[in-house]
Ligand binder design. Sequence first.
Ligand code: DP6
Length: 321
Amino acid sequence: MITARANSNIAFIKYWGNLDDNLRIPANPSISMNLDGIHTTTSVRWDDRLASDKLVLNQTETTGQALERVSQHLDIIRQRAGIHTYAEVISSNNFPMGAGIASSASSFAALTVAAATAAGLTLSERELTTIARLGSGSASRSIPTGFVQWHQGTDHESSYAESITEPDHWDLRDVIAVVSHAHKEVGSRQGHTTANTSDLQAARVAGATKRLEVVKQAILNRDFATFADVVEYDSNLMHAVMMTSRPPLFYWQPATLTVMEKVRQWRQDGLEVCYTLDAGPNIHCICTAQAASTVAAELRQLDDVQDILIAKPGTGVLIIS
Ligand code: DP6
């Protein structure tokens, strides 16, 4: 049995929409930071005696869609390893699922590495990112360490992720303001397929590579002002696409807007903080380490904020036993 642990990640330039939904070749490249300590731990055991794959998710034996998605992913590993054996997968997250903290990213990163290693495969990090991508696009970015770029690519091999710099390069924090623990109704998987129904998607995609270069340089130069401006813009643009898709996807709640407005105000007042949101109502307040305690204290004052999680830049996936 092999156990792997992968951190979740938060995208600064977002992945939204695919050129190829099956292969998950994204509509644009993306960039993210792994979130230290917000992770999924997954153990995989291939067992000749099993008559089907088995999934234990957060201490509960799970069937249905979740098992199907895991089984499909195991099929890729089976094919690679030339085996027909079924596997037992035991997986747990240490954070709330389905609320804008990407659980599919850390889940499929950990599953890929645990399953491949347990099957005796020796794969390069680049190959692992492409396999993880087939399970969940953002999972490709949870394999390499620190700050990570997912190259768009044109086919399976060329759409891969790699680290642009180590976690300790820039002491940022993601202070996550949880305003809802509810499971989202429409997941990102379905959302990607309707991205093109928005007239705004083409405009978002057209500028994505340029924004990515600006954010990448801002990370490398530790230039918070430039970083904040583009990160907020890119998140707003993705949510504009979501809201104008058919059917429309509204992930923001009144509390989300309250926090976003506060964050913009704090930045105007001189605090190094900006926001970004994934496919959910919770707000990722990205700030410098110096600003983090003030940001957290201010967030705690807000009635709308139910919970706060704080993460620093994290490593890539690790095999822990
Ligand atoms: C809004 O990677 O969760 O978080 O490939 O269908 O699993 P699937 O989608 P997923 O999409 C992530 C969307 C996002 C933006 C991002 O993380 O880049």
